[in-house]
Design a protein around this ligand. Structure first.
Ligand code: MV4
Length: 447
């Protein structure tokens, strides 16, 4: 087992990993930028190194500086968290070269699944349903038009190097397909250095259901059931929950088993999430794999009772998973609300600033994962999430009531937050009825 781990991240996920390490008797090395100097969570690490100025590109994304901190800190492994370098196969390779264990998949698996078109080929090989569309990449306009006529409009143009909704365009007819292709390829080249795109039938108002997976180095691959992440706004998740409400048990089992087949086919190890969309008829389609731990991982921890960060560390250290598929039960209902420093009255414009008062809710079944504290200044440089409020109760009705009580108890003074909108969502009849789809928020509260 590792003696010392560097956390190549910041904020609540850095604190989450530090906590897991401390409970495992593993020392921790944290890194921080000038913008995070003085943040209280850094004091919980055994050592902390400044890796540069506020701008991510000059600090958290600087591979040479992160590796230098790992060398100076004399660590055996690095936990990348989510975002930043967590899905950077080049960084993953550099860790391998420097004989520092990367707590995540191999560079090869990360690269294979990071190419969305290649990930679809792997899905097909694993007999996992994919959205009808182009067999591979689009090479010319005529081919695109032919496929669009076969599958029918609307179609989605997707960048193979994209993901998370980046580099996607909807085309309703031949004209917008031609212009959309041009724009998508130009954008993809600029954003990802790879213009390649593929086509899919556009599934209207889908639900977004993802399956948590963990795989060790001994051939064991298990799923930890699903999360429904349909409550999104501009591709940013707002509320996540498990189980997915109103999901037919046969579909639940089929989706989870398909995720396991795909991860096995991809020779993927450690924690990962297989993302699907589900249409209104209950058909599910593979979309992409997130080759990292995700913001919403605590939702799964609550319904399964498994500490995912500790399991990641154990898998990276070569240990076999301590459980089999039949041991993993989905118990009760967990809901997560992301708390962002944004102003709902100003179209969710980020509003960083100093938190003067923070009153954290508690009580039966309440968890608050956050690095924030009274006196903490939310920096403008990074994404606006300051914490996650979670509840876990025997039923969804009890979970919603508990979340509404906890949201009412949560006090964050000095900055604007998304708490008022979260109360609107959790209190909405459609949400209570589990009638959730990815357009719900934008449809119910148009910008
Ligand atoms: C789709 C889709 C509908 N049809 N693909 C791609 C990125 C991933 N995170 C979600 N993506 C989607 N892919 C097809 N063929 C719907 C989504 C999607 C979505 C799309 C637009 C706006 C918000 C969305 C939220 C979840 C899923």
């Amino acid at each position: 087992m590792f003696k010392r781990i560097l956390i190549a991240n910041r904020g609540e996920i850095a604190l989450r990993v530090i906590r897991a390490c401390k409970e495992m008797g593993i020392e921790t090395v944290a890194i921080y930028s000038e913008a995070d100097r003085g943040a209280q969570y850094l004091e919980l690490a055994d050592e902390a190194y400044c890796v540069g100025p506020a701008r991510s590109a000059d600090s958290y994304l600087k591979v040479d500086r992160v590796i230098s901190a790992a060398e100076v800190g004399n660590v055996q492994a690095i936990h990348p968290g989510y975002g930043f370098l967590s899905e950077n196969a080049h960084f993953n390779e550099i860790c391998r070269t420097c004989k520092i264990d990367f707590i995540g998949p191999s560079p090869e698996a990360m690269r294979r699944l990071g190419d969305k078109n290649e990930a679809k080929q792997i899905a097909r090989a694993a007999n996992v349903p994919c959205v009808p569309g182009s067999e591979g990449l689009i090479t010319d306009e005529a081919q695109a038009l032919k496929i669009a006529h076969e599958i029918g409009y609307p179609v989605l143009i997707k960048a193979t190097a994209g993901g998370g909704g980046k580099g996607m365009r909807v085309a309703q007819n031949d004209l917008t397909l031609k212009s959309g292709l041009q724009q998508a390829q130009t954008e993809a080249q600029a954003a990802f250095g790879n213009p390649a795109v593929y086509l899919e039938k556009y599934v209207e108002e889908p639900r977004h259901v993802e399956v948590q997976i963990i795989a060790d180095h001994h051939g064991n691959v298990v799923h930890l059931w699903e999360r429904d992440c349909s409550m999104q706004r501009r591709h940013q998740k707002v509320v996540e929950e498990s189980p997915a409400p109103n999901l037919n048990p046969e579909i639940r089992r089929a989706i989870c088993e398909a995720a396991v087949r795909l991860i096995r086919e991809a020779n993927y190890t450690n924690a990962g999430t297989v993302e699907f969309i589900v249409d209104k008829h209950g058909n599910f389609y593979f979309i992409e794999v997130n080759a990292r731990i995700q913001v919403e991982h605590p939702v799964t921890e609550l319904v399964t009772g498994i500490d995912l960060i500790k399991q990641q560390i154990r898998v990276a250290a070569g240990e076999p998973l301590p459980f089999r598929q039949e041991d993993i039960k989905q118990t009760g209902c967990a809901i997560e609300c992301r708390i962002n420093a944004e102003d709902p009255a100003k179209n969710f414009m980020p509003c960083p600033g100093k938190i003067t008062q923070l009153y954290v809710p508690g009580g039966y079944g309440v968890r608050f994962d956050s690095h924030a504290h009274a006196g903490y200044t939310v920096p403008p440089t990074y994404d606006s999430m300051i914490g996650k409020l979670l509840v876990h109760q025997p039923t969804r009705e009890l979970a919603i009531a508990c979340m509404l009580r906890a949201l009412d108890e949560l006090r964050i003074e000095g900055i604007k937050t998304t708490v008022p909108r979260l109360k609107d969502i959790l209190g909405h009849a459609a949400f209570g009825a589990g009638k959730v789809d990815t357009k719900f928020i934008e449809r119910t509260w148009p910008a």
